[in-house]
Design a protein around this ligand. Structure first.
Ligand SMILES: NC(=O)c1ccc[n+]([C@@H]2O[C@H](COP(=O)([O-])OP(=O)(O)OC[C@H]3O[C@@H](n4cnc5c(N)ncnc54)[C@H](OP(=O)(O)O)[C@@H]3O)[C@@H](O)[C@H]2O)c1
Length: 267
């Protein structure tokens, strides 16, 4: 799918924020897709990155790419839907990095195909909630005590356009991501007085290896009219928004949901 020249292209280079240099971040779901792109952008900004995922090989490849780009990064395998594994992840990160300045809880994804609510089975429903909402809760809950003790830092969570508009996402996934938004607002309210910020990204269709596999070019072309900016998203769009929401450039922004969505979502 070619971009028409009048449509804004994704950021051609990684934005830089001087205040990020020397900070530490943990990013879940960093082994591929949006998390890997954001981890790379953080590393290029001089942030030490603890990268989490479940797939050991994918994680190793991502960490190698970050190091090749001159970044400092380490891999941490854990399934974030399992509290015991998240606590081990937290302990490992604290031992090797200290309390992180930033937690990016990106792990998640759609499970199951869209279907009427009355046809969703219990297993799919629980899986959507476990891998999106509960995983986010476990990660935030586990890292917060260290961040609160430090008295500064920022959290970034990952919702989805599916939580903002009704547009074909599986209901369990949409509900889980809406829960992530509510959790983030609660965090922002609680943590502001403690010097911490919490914001949420809400992307629409962003082209990653996974989404490209599910969205053949004809389907992408059909979707284009729903995006006023005339293209689907790229991982670099999400990475650029993440850097902004972590940096001091957004120092007075908390509890917000940033729709990284090419204008498809305006709420
Ligand atoms: N791409 C989009 O269009 C889009 C739009 C809206 C929202 N999102 C959200 O953005 C996030 C990343 O999506 P993506 O498109 O980059 O997907 P992706 O390419 O499939 O990557 C998903 C990442 O999350 C990790 N992950 C999933 N469940 C996990 C768990 N329980 N514990 C630890 N890691 C887990 C995966 O790790 P392993 O592969 O190592 O297991 C992988 O690193 C998800 O939360 C997704 O819902 C994506």
């Amino acid at each position: 799918m070619s971009l028409r020249p009048e449509h804004p292209a994704p950021p051609a280079c990684v934005p830089t924020y001087d205040d990020l240099r020397g900070k530490t971040a943990v990013i879940t779901g960093g082994s591929r897709g949006l998390g890997a792109a954001t981890a790379l952008a953080l590393a290029r900004n001089g942030v030490r990155v603890a990268v989490n995922g479940r797939d050991r090989d994918a994680l190793a490849a991502t960490v190698a790419a970050l190091r090749e780009a001159g970044g400092e990064a380490e891999a941490f395998v854990a399934d974030c839907s399992d509290l015991a594994q998240v606590e081990i992840l937290r302990d490992d990160v604290l031992a090797r990095f200290g309390a992180p300045d930033f937690v990016l809880a990106f792990a998640g994804g759609g499970s199951g195909r869209p279907m009427p609510v009355h046809e969703i089975d219990e297993r799919d429903w629980r899986s959507s909630l476990d891998h999106n909402l509960t995983a986010t809760f476990f990660v935030v809950k586990s890292f917060l005590p260290g961040m609160i003790a430090r008295g500064s830092g920022a959290l970034l969570t990952m919702a989805s356009a599916g939580a903002r508009v009704v547009a074909g996402a599986p209901a369990g996934y949409a509900a889980a991501k809406a829960g992530v938004i509510a959790l983030t607002r609660q965090l922002a309210h609680e943590l502001g007085p403690r010097g911490l910020r919490a914001n949420c990204l809400s992307p629409s269709a962003v082209l990653t290896e996974r989404t490209r596999a599910h969205l053949p070019p004809e389907r992408q072309a059909q979707m284009l009219p729903t995006f006023p900016l005339g293209r689907l998203g790229e991982p670099a769009d999400v990475a650029a928004a993440s850097l902004f929401l972590l940096s001091d450039a957004s120092a007075w922004i908390t509890g917000t949901v940033l729709d990284v969505a090419g204008g498809r979502v305006m709420v």
